[in-house]
Design a protein around this ligand. Structure first.
Ligand code: NI
Length: 257
């Protein structure tokens, strides 16, 4: 196996899916050439455990934020998000954004929550990790409105069309692809992956979800980001080594590591 160094920019390995084998999972990640990852928050109550994971390992970082579909009793305030982000290993705000596919939280609340996260990202100058599902227009409108250019951001698990990617790219945002880019029925998404500029391309697993081919249907884990990178390298006509070096450099720059 050629020596490569990949960066899984988005995973949820704090979830109970990994309770029985978390240490082994981190070992497999490094063995697969995935030398770093960011564990992304979906609720503020989890941020302490994300911080503990990152403090225990020098190749794990974390984020602070609340997922757009997460139902909470009290909406997170700017200070709530910023207080938990105030740590040298917290490298991003999120995940936040808009989700009109699963609307367990109504659109107005999602929007005000997303704006609060963008204000937090600007205030601490960390990139925002953006979740967008069936909400291209609203997501781009709010990103523009809140001046995402000043903090930078990542369109996580990108699943939209090129027109949407282009608008995010024009705002200086990175485009991150997860396992769904490897799915047989998704040639349009692979086509988008060929068009993203070299310096804005990222890879992620979103583990435990969206497991890439050939493990589709099983639990996902950061080691498998290698399969996503292989797929994108193939469609872009570059070697895995080139793609790994580029996306890892991009991630280190985006997260200011
Ligand atoms: Ni996620």
């Amino acid at each position: 196996m050629t020596k490569i160094s990949l960066f899984d920019t988005h995973c949820h390995v704090n979830f109970p899916h990994y309770t029985d084998d978390r240490d082994a999972m981190f070992d497999r990640m490094v063995e697969a050439g995935v030398e770093r990852c960011v564990v992304v928050a979906v609720e503020l109550e989890q941020v302490a455990e994300l911080r503990a994971l990152s403090e225990a390992r020098d190749n794990v970082w974390f984020s602070s934020g609340v997922h757009p579909n997460h139902e909470v009793e009290n909406e997170p305030t700017l200070d709530d998000i910023l207080n938990l982000a105030d740590h040298p290993r917290c490298v991003a705000i999120g995940e936040s954004g808009m989700d009109f596919f699963r609307d367990s939280v109504n659109a107005d609340i999602q929007e005000s929550r997303f704006r609060t996260h963008l204000q937090a990202a600007r205030a601490c100058n960390k990139p925002i990790i953006v979740h967008n599902r069936n909400a291209d227009e609203a997501t781009i409108r709010i990103l523009k409105d809140e001046g995402v250019e000043t903090c930078g951001g990542i369109m996580h698990c990108f699943s939209s069309d090129w027109a949407t990617a282009k608008q995010a790219i024009d705002l200086g945002m990175s485009i991150s692809f997860s396992g769904n880019v490897t799915f047989k029925n998704n040639p349009a998404l692979r086509e988008v992956a060929t068009q993203v500029p070299d310096d804005l391309l990222l890879v992620e697993t979103d583990a435990p979800y969206l497991t890439p081919v050939p493990y589709r249907g099983k639990r996902n884990e950061p080691a498998y980001v290698r399969h996503i990178a292989e797929c994108i390298a193939e469609v872009r006509g570059v070697s895995l080594e080139t793609l790994a070096a580029q996306t890892t450099a991009n991630a280190l720059k985006r997260f200011k590591i």
